[in-house]
Design a binder for this molecule. Structure first.
Ligand SMILES: Cc1ncc(COP(=O)(O)O)c(C=O)c1O
Length: 402
């Protein structure tokens, strides 16, 4: 666990890291600090460059007690020296790209990733003179072949949204580091409990904390965890200069949600395992992808790399017409599961993701890459985020619509 973490267990860390009773009032729960500025006794120092590790609070875009507490908690659980929280998961991805890439640099991005990240990499980065290669990161030869002298970053996602393909992070970290590049990993689907990213050699771990870390579907935020040196550079550029900071209220809500993360991840995993096994046995379901199933194409890697297989399932029900019909039935008839985007909440969520549409709007893969995507997803998949309801109620709900 993170530098300076004094707790032995992950549940104690999730509850207490970054928090202490309020010295003024004795409040056991953290007070919410909405102040945009802080009264200071410092005479000088108005630039972000004047901030040191022990500087007092000065202005909320630089630092805020609730955000700082959440950053400490995430770093402690992720096992990193430091963490930077951002306004959203997309702001976290943007923070990584814009801090560590400049015009003339090359970045390798997973060919399948969260749609927003795929579109940002394809449409925005080249406009800034950054060269982008989209590569299937589960193909290590392709990763090695894509490396250039100018490659500064490999950005992975594991398991990948929406098809739950894994990246062998240790192997890709070795390739990145041999070429002088950093490895970042979007671990939103896995949560901080899913992988020991430090042991695997990941330099920057990002999360949409809107998802498992917050866990209750009521606050948007992002985070990047890593060494004090890398996070310090990001804090200066992405937070203080680009300004994409997390609001104190969202930090407060997400911190509260994070206190139960280890317990919730166990329950997400158990519920998803039960639902995935039921789906796999269902006659109308043609394919299920869940890291906890032995049928997952990278089962050996799952066992080597993941300590919690999380709550995300992708499944197919046949061709595009069958998928669309099932999606309509879900919209009309589901009673427990919400038909909605997003994931990682206590409420279960399901959403139909048609392959043709995703190819056109987000991924624009070449024919070989598209064939690989279709080997997982066919004409389309349902992305199911298994919440914390009883598995029997979720299964009854799915049985109604399949
Ligand atoms: C894997 C992954 N990364 C990043 C994001 C973006 O996060 P946010 O919606 O908090 O900006 C998402 C959103 O769904 C996601 O699933």
């Amino acid at each position: 666990m993170g530098k300076g973490n004094i707790y032995k267990g992950i549940q104690t860390t999730a509850i207490h890291a970054g928090e202490a009773p309020d010295p003024t009032t004795g409040a056991s729960a953290p007070p919410l600090y909405m102040s945009s500025t802080f009264v200071t006794e410092n005479v000088a120092g108005f630039s972000a460059h004047d901030i040191g590790e022990d500087s007092p609070y000065l202005y909320a875009r630089w630092a805020n007690p609730n955000v700082a507490a959440l950053e400490t908690k995430i770093a402690a659980l992720q096992g990193t020296e430091d963490c930077l929280c951002t306004a959203s998961g997309m702001a976290a991805a943007t923070a990584i790209f814009l801090t560590f890439l400049s015009a003339g640099d090359h970045v390798i991005v997973s060919d399948v990733s969260y749609a927003g990240v795929a579109e940002l990499a394809r449409d925005t980065l080249p406009r800034m003179g950054i060269e982008v290669s989209t590569v299937n990161l589960s193909d290590l030869e392709a990763v090695s072949a894509a490396m250039r002298p100018s490659t500064k970053l490999i950005h992975s996602e594991s398991p990948v949204n929406p098809i739950l393909r894994l990246t062998d992070l240790k192997a890709v970290a070795d390739i990145a580091h041999a070429g002088g590049a950093l490895l970042s990993c979007d671990a939103t689907f896995a949560s901080p409990l899913g992988m020991d990213t430090q042991a695997l050699g990941v330099d920057l771990v990002m999360h949409s904390i809107t998802k498992y870390i917050g866990g209750h579907g009521d606050a948007v935020g992002g985070a990047v965890a890593g060494s004090a040196e890398l996070i310090g550079r990001m804090r200066l550029e992405a937070a203080i200069h680009h300004g994409g900071i997390l609001s104190p209220f969202n930090a407060w809500l997400i911190s509260r949600g994070m206190s139960t993360l280890p317990l919730r991840m166990k329950a997400h995993e158990a519920g998803a395992q039960a639902v995935a096994e039921w789906l796999e046995a269902h006659p109308r379901v043609t394919r299920v992808m869940y890291p906890g199933l032995v049928s997952h194409p990278q089962h050996a890697l799952v066992q080597a790399q993941m300590s919690n297989t999380s709550g995300m399932i992708a499944f197919q029900v046949g061709d595009v017409a069958a998928g669309q019909a099932a999606a309509q039935k879900m919209i009309d008839q589901l009673q427990v599961i919400h038909y909605a985007v997003s994931l990682g909440h206590h409420r279960s969520l399901v959403f139909w993701m048609e392959t043709a549409g995703l190819m056109e709007t987000s991924f624009r893969l070449d024919p070989a890459q598209e064939a690989d995507y279709r080997a997982y997803a066919g004409d389309g998949i349902f992305r199911l985020s298994v919440g914390l309801e009883d598995a029997e109620d979720l299964i009854a709900d799915l049985d109604r619509v399949l």
